[in-house]
Design a protein around this ligand. Structure first.
Ligand SMILES: Nc1ncnc2c1ncn2[C@@H]1O[C@H](COP(=O)(O)OP(=O)(O)OP(=O)(O)O)[C@@H](O)[C@H]1O
Length: 272
């Protein structure tokens, strides 16, 4: 069986997430960071979240990824459609920093999450040689998609920032989760590299339920099917707009107007 076919058979359905009246407070904090959060995150679409620094964007994303379970209290409902036991099993998380292991090759970095996943399930690294071979083929196919197959044996330090983020994207795809949470993944890149990576991510994550945090209204306007703003203290979520045209969008007059609206809402929040 080819690696691609094996991949299809294990692919999970896309999932929608719905948050009703969510409240999140850090255990060592006197007040909630998020309160009265209502969000609908549709399956197979991109939801972008903007908000001033410190409003709780990363906290919300990390909570969805199951990374804050010991650090916060959460109340309110967090549901998935179709319902599933553990949201954290369904998500791949792509952070602002690429978080590549410096001592591992590009290929091994892409394979890492798969092997940890297997390790967690079985108690030791995958032993099945055919399975390892199929995973390697799949990782190489993903590296081909992100244009880095010739760099498979390189170490991360031999790559540019944009190349490293492409490795991180391949690693995220390798996890093959229906939900992809991205925390400012392109913010450290130059404008042209960012533009190219936005296009690439848009193409490769087309079937996924993506939640993207960004400080860049233009990035949200290019990529989002809906844009939420986190505003206030504690923050609530405001659905600013839903966009129906296909992505990635070119920036036009309507985009410029929407950018102005976003900036006005964010500026107002900063002044409050
Ligand atoms: N482990 C923690 N314990 C207590 N408070 C925390 C913890 N981590 C973050 N916070 C607080 O939660 C609030 C939200 O932080 P968060 O990083 O989620 O904001 P953000 O909107 O992602 O900011 P930025 O845009 O600067 O990345 C901040 O006031 C921050 O100080």
């Amino acid at each position: 069986m080819s690696a691609n076919r094996a991949n299809c058979e294990h692919r999970l359905a896309s999932l929608a997430i719905s948050i009703d009246n969510g409240l999140m407070q850090y255990l060592d904090s006197q007040a909630p960071t998020l309160q009265g959060i209502n969000m609908q995150i549709p399956a197979g679409q991109w939801t972008c979240i903007l908000g001033r620094s410190g409003c709780g964007k990363t906290s919300l994303l990390r909570h969805l990824a199951g990374l804050l379970d010991q650090k916060v209290v959460w109340s309110g409902s967090l549901r998935m459609d179709p319902a599933h036991a553990e949201l954290k099993d369904q998500v791949a998380y792509m952070a602002q920093q690429d978080l590549l292991m410096p001592w591992l090759s590009v290929l091994d970095n892409v394979l890492l999450s798969t092997r940890f996943g297997e390790s967690a399930k079985s108690g030791f690294f995958v032993k099945n040689v055919r399975k390892i071979h199929a995973q390697k083929e799949q990782a190489l196919a993903l590296l081909e998609k992100v244009g880095l197959v010739d760099n498979a044996s390189h170490l991360p330090q031999q790559l540019s920032g944009g190349m490293r983020q492409r490795v991180a994207l391949a690693r995220t795809l390798m996890q093959n989760k229906p939900v992809v949470l991205m925390d400012e993944p392109f913010s450290a890149l130059d404008a042209v590299t960012r533009y190219r990576l936005q296009n690439l991510a848009c193409a490769l994550l087309r079937d996924k339920t993506v939640v993207l945090i960004t400080h860049d209204p233009q990035e949200a306007i290019r990529l989002a099917h809906q844009i939420y703003l986190l505003r206030g203290d504690p923050s609530t979520a405001e659905l600013l707009t839903s966009l129906v045209s296909s992505t990635p969008r070119e920036f036009d007059a309507a985009g410029a107007q929407l950018q102005q609206r976003i900036m006005a809402r964010l500026e107002y929040d900063d002044d409050e």
